[in-house]
Design a protein around this ligand. Structure first.
Ligand code: AMP
Ligand code: MG
Length: 316
């Protein structure tokens, strides 16, 4: 990619931004909290490109933005708490982590492999119009490189990600300038994962006292509050050949008859990232005694892929 385009907030630019997103391109856009780096959340490759552009050394789950409640209900399961909070506080800087619906079309990479998905309706007119125009959920973490502060102006985005993304929609300075409050409602206890733009008191008025992540959370109720996905099947890295009963997960050109799946026969790390969680799940459910993974280069997205594989390997 050469240049990142700066798009004015005109109707023509808005439809151009929506068209780019629909094609799987990366477009940063303003919300009331900070500028988000948007991609079609249903497109594995586009979501992988977000991690590549940000240079993130690990896959953490992303917040998916939608224009209205109906769009959110198509992705995740709402209970009474979630519906009441949504009715009171959306649109606004509140992110709800809820169970993915069985038919949820969002990339597993946006959930970092988890059974849950973080969703939010931003209170920003331009963001809202953009989301309505694209017509698909948009995954959008803050539009900055890893380790840098979140951008609250289009120029900040260009300073950090210029040349790495397709366009920035300029909506002027962000109003809140603070990230969204992240609330986990996927288990019985409402748990605050990140304080942010909506005060905890406003949430507690609906849910009662909140648990704090890591502190009051019940110890490891399976899958409930875990923030990282790992397969149940033992996994080992830098494998050459599979042992009896093991699946072999390859990467790059490969002619071995032992290969069960290949993350990217072309050796493309973005493609490998896009496939990672879906393939791990498939192998996890395949009745293998173990998963042997061929070496994956430790550069670009390879670092994030290896980070996740190391966690999976270390878990046992
Ligand atoms: P960002 O997109 O950079 O604003 O950060 C998103 C925040 O939401 C991070 O703190 C994530 O760990 C958290 N988050 C997003 N999705 C989930 C999820 N499914 N489960 C737990 N935490 C999540
Ligand atoms: Mg950030």
């Amino acid at each position: 990619m050469t240049d990142s385009r700066l798009l004015s907030p005109s109707p023509a630019s808005l439809s151009e931004a929506a068209r780019l997103l629909g094609e799987g391109k990366l477009v940063a856009f303003p919300t009331e909290t900070v500028y988000g780096l948007g991609a079609d959340a249903t497109n594995d490759q586009a979501v992988a490109a977000i991690f590549a552009a940000k240079d993130r050394p690990a896959f953490n789950p992303l917040i998916v933005h939608i224009p209205d409640l109906a769009a959110a209900e198509a992705l995740v399961e709402f209970d009474t708490r979630a519906s009441t909070l949504a009715a009171r506080l959306w649109p606004g800087p509140l992110t709800l982590v809820l169970k993915r619906r069985r038919d949820c079309p969002v990339s597993l990479l946006a959930s970092a492999g988890l059974e849950t998905l973080a969703v939010r309706i931003p209170a920003h007119e331009l963001a809202h119009t953009l989301l309505e125009t694209v017509g698909c959920p948009i995954a959008a973490p803050s539009a900055n490189r890893s380790e840098e502060v979140s951008p609250t102006r289009a120029t900040h985005v260009l300073q950090s990600l210029g040349g790495r993304i397709d366009a920035v929609l300029d909506g002027g300075p962000c109003q809140v300038g603070l990230e969204s409050t992240v609330l986990d409602l996927s288990g019985p206890m409402a748990t605050l994962l990140r304080p942010g733009g909506v005060p905890a008191e406003d949430i507690e008025a609906v849910t009662g006292p909140l648990a704090e992540a890591g502190k009051d959370a019940p110890p490891k109720s399976p899958g409930l509050l875990s923030r990282h996905y790992a397969p149940r099947t033992p996994l080992r890295m830098n494998a050459r050949t599979p042992a009896e009963g093991e699946a072999l997960l390859a990467f790059g050109p490969d002619t071995s008859a032992d290969t069960t799946r290949n993350l990217s026969p072309d050796g493309d790390l973005t493609e490998a990232a896009a496939n990672l969680f879906a393939v791990l799940r498939e192998l996890d459910e395949g009745g293998f005694t173990g998963i042997a993974v061929r070496p994956i280069p430790e550069d670009g997205l390879g670092r994030a892929i290896n980070d996740r594989l190391r966690r999976a390997a270390g878990r046992r």
